[in-house]
Design a protein around this ligand. Structure first.
Ligand code: FES
Length: 110
């Protein structure tokens, strides 16, 4: 079985770096993007607990805290930290190519 990747252009690398985070909607996906210490993370914007937008959450290192009920997720792997009952947010493969941030919606990173 082969896995093909289809990269979708979302925005410029510099725009994300300046803003630090952004929300994007493409092809039926709602994505929260974060640029932390020159690394781009892409996660589903919807919290797996009750669907709140994670793009507006408080950030501490690479941990995002949901603004609704406070669950925390690691941006690198989507796993919950602390209380979270094993919930995980979907993460997406992301790359920067020619100054553009691209995400692969086809395969979840976990
Ligand atoms: S909706 Fe995110 S913790 Fe409840």
């Amino acid at each position: 079985m082969s896995i093909t990747q289809a990269w979708t252009d979302l925005l410029g690398e510099h725009e994300l770096a300046e803003r630090g985070r952004c929300f994007a909607r493409r092809d039926g996906h709602e994505i929260a993007l974060f640029c932390i210490e020159d690394t781009v993370h892409a996660i589903a914007d919807s919290c797996p607990h009750a669907g709140a937008s994670l793009a507006r959450g408080a950030l501490e290192g690479t941990t995002i805290q949901c603004p609704a009920h406070g669950l925390r997720f690691d941006l690198a792997n989507g796993c919950s930290r602390g209380a979270g009952g094993g919930l995980a947010v979907r993460t997406y493969p992301v790359r920067v190519l020619d100054g553009r941030v691209e995400v692969d919606f086809g395969e979840a990173a976990h």
